[in-house]
Ligand binder design. Structure first.
Ligand code: BES
Ligand code: ZN
Length: 620
């Protein structure tokens, strides 16, 4: 692997946000061209020849035909010898392209699976600015258009879907600043991963700025009738009017999370941290769009019990958004660090008892998924992935998240928390607004932390990063409260503890989830009914608990839950819930019910979710 090295100090000065003189601007762009990025097989762009440094996006959003019509004007930084700049795109209608104001003959190459098409624009070593006038496709994969009296549009760009709504160098190693001018229908507000309005404009016109350089997967746009509420000096929530009160309460501790995070790993680099509650069709729990986390409404539980998801997305403001995985093969650098950081924020704000319960659940999820992946594709259990010629979405498993987490935790436990925290703080600081790949991380780790044979052999980096499964030195998590749940469950299943004697009411969500998700597959419908009648489980407002309940209901053929199951699947598009529920139906000979529900639900889902469900239900 080859990199162009520049000094870290220079990078830090050059990428500090704020006022930048034109001289600094020149040096800034040079630095961008020379970023230490690895080859990214999921992008056609050739950053060693020419890179974008700033985007000026002018767009109008049309719900009637589901099209975004836009002009993307990029400042570019090119090598003397450059003859073209290549951008990624999928199904964009390109209307015209100019270079420094002159119309040029652009070309589009053949489509390749997953990655789309290269848009090639002729330039020379002196070219400064390109402009692309285009329209998105009504079926663009990143976009979800919600119709009806409450129209809503949101984007999901990660991993490689930004190219379906903006022609861009869609590689996480390429960063650029942006500004945008967006026109939206009356009665809606536009929001981006940038400076945001807090009130609706009278003319449907909105302006945005993102002065810190970001990779394209963090480009985000949402349009809908939302309101804003401040919950702290740097924090606030956006939601539709029906949810704004609930959201204001649910996320009322966001400023505490932010303060705790800064206390751990240094100053927050993005000025504000707000959260947008999206329609339930959002395919993820959360997405760390800078300055504005996008979140599923399914974490509004009424009691702030699912706030660890906010801690996770906030943590990405350091791991991911500040220090970014160089390619999707290094995804664990984004997610593993973020799960670790999430747990540390949770520990700081809510105490170790809660964070260790979360770690226990993450361990269980990891063990289950490692077993499953080992059966089919053992290489996918390595932290360092090989996603060339595959959909980067395949890397979104518990490996990057939870094997990544336990690996980082092992390092912490080996060197002690104090040393580890100092190391991590320096790591974020020294690589801020830059990229990181697995090999460079290993070198940095060896140089700065694991500088003795003793530490190195205690950890066994190779086994964790390039080896299969879960190494035997995986840290052990102990949560007495979770052990107590397991004991209760065993006694209940053995018949020595009556349903009414379960301490259900005193359990927090993590305990309830543990109980329900560990019920034996053979649990009878009668016993499910007993639980439901005694503890009203099916009426819970906690969607994680409800999800675990519905999955067991399917496995137990507990028909009284099926109406709830159907409405859950029709209204909610969060893939983490959909996959296990549809799979449970398929595995228990209830495929017909699965197909029936899916037929009604599919039009509501985002492409990320239909992609997975089509495959699971063999409709692709
Ligand atoms: N960045 C991810 C979401 C993502 C990853 C989208 C890869 C597309 C491709 C986000 O931070 C995330 O991890 N979300 C999780 C929640 C979290 C608490 C584990 C999710 O949505 O389930
Ligand atoms: Zn994440």
């Amino acid at each position: 692997m080859k990199y162009f090295y520049i000094t870290t100090a220079l990078t830090l000065i050059l990428f500090s946000p704020g006022c930048i003189s034109s001289d600094q601007n020149d040096r800034k762009s040079q630095a961008i061209l020379e970023m230490k990025r690895a080859t990214d097989f999921h992008s056609f762009s050739k950053p060693e020849e020419a890179v974008v440094t700033h985007l000026n996006w002018n767009a109008s959003v049309n719900f009637d035909d589901r099209i975004i019509r836009a002009t993307a004007i990029y400042d570019i930084d090119v090598r003397e010898s450059a003859e073209r700049i290549i951008l990624d795109c999928v199904d964009l209608t390109i209307e015209s392209v100019t270079v420094d104001g002159k119309i040029v003959e652009w070309s589009i190459g053949p489509e390749q699976p997953f990655i789309g098409q290269p848009l090639s624009i002729p330039i020379n070593g002196k070219s400064k600015r390109i402009s692309i006038q285009y329209a998105s496709d009504p079926a663009a994969d990143a976009l979800l258009w919600v119709e009806g009296d409450q129209p809503f549009l949101f984007t999901q760009s990660q991993a490689i879907l930004a190219r379906t709504w903006i022609p861009c160098q869609d590689s996480p190693g390429i960063r650029f600043t942006y500004e945008a001018h967006v026109d939206v229908p009356e009665g809606t507000m536009a929001l981006m991963s940038a400076t945001n309005p807090t009130e609706q404009s009278s003319n449907g016109h909105y302006d945005f700025r993102m002065d810190q350089p970001i990779p394209s997967y963090l480009l985000a746009l949402a349009v809908g009738n939302v309101e804003f509420r401040s919950v702290g000096p740097h924090t606030g929530v956006y939601a539709v009017p029906e949810l704004i009160d609930a959201a204001e309460y649910e996320f009322g501790t966001m400023e505490d999370l932010l303060v705790a995070a800064e206390g751990l790993y240094g100053k927050y680099a993005w000025e504000r941290y707000d959260l947008l509650v999206l329609p339930a069709a959002f395919p993820f729990g959360g997405m760390e769009n800078p300055r504005l986390t996008f979140a599923t409404p399914t974490i509004i539980a009424g009691d702030r019990s699912l706030v660890s998801l906010v801690a996770h997305e906030l943590a990405h403001s350091w791991s991911g958004n500040l220090v970014t995985n160089s390619t999707w093969d290094d995804f664990w650098l984004n997610e593993g660090f973020t799960v670790y950081f999430e747990q540390r924020i949770m520990e700081a704000v809510y105490g170790r008892e809660i964070s260790e319960m979360l770690a226990t659940l993450s361990y269980q999820g990891l063990v289950d998924e490692v077993d499953e992946i080992m059966d089919t594709n053992p290489d996918d259990t390595h932290l360092k992935l090989h996603l060339q010629s595959r959909n980067p979405d395949d890397g979104m498993t518990a490996i990057a998240y939870d094997k990544g987490y336990f690996f980082i935790r092992l390092i912490e436990e080996t060197v002690g928390r104090e040393s580890f925290d100092a190391f991590l703080k320096a790591y974020f600081n020294e690589h801020a607004f830059n990229v990181m790949d697995t090999d460079r991380f290993i070198a940095y780790l060896k140089e700065n932390l694991l500088n003795s044979d003793e530490r190195l052999s205690a950890i066994n980096l190779d086994a964790w990063i390039f080896g299969p499964g879960l190494p035997s030195n995986c840290p052990k998590v102990r949560s007495e409260r979770i052990e107590q749940v397991d004991a209760n469950l065993a006694a209940w299943e053995a018949g020595s503890l009556a349903t009414s004697e379960l301490p259900w009411e005193s359990w927090v969500y993590q305990e309830r989830y543990r109980f329900l998700s560990n019920l034996s597959d053979a649990t009878s419908a009668e016993r499910m009914e007993e639980l439901d009648v005694t503890w009203n489980i099916s009426t819970t407002g906690n969607n994680e608990v409800l999800f675990a309940w519905l999955e067991q209901s399917v496995r137990s053929h507990y028909a009284p839950s099926y109406n709830r199951l159907e409405s859950f699947l029709i209204n909610i598009g969060r893939r983490k819930f959909l996959t296990p529920l549809y799979r449970a139906m398929v595995e228990t000979d209830q495929t017909e019910m699965a197909l029936n529900i899916y037929k009604q639900a599919r039009p509501n889902y985002h492409s990320v979710a239909t992609g997975t469900m089509d495959e699971l239900l063999r409709l692709d």
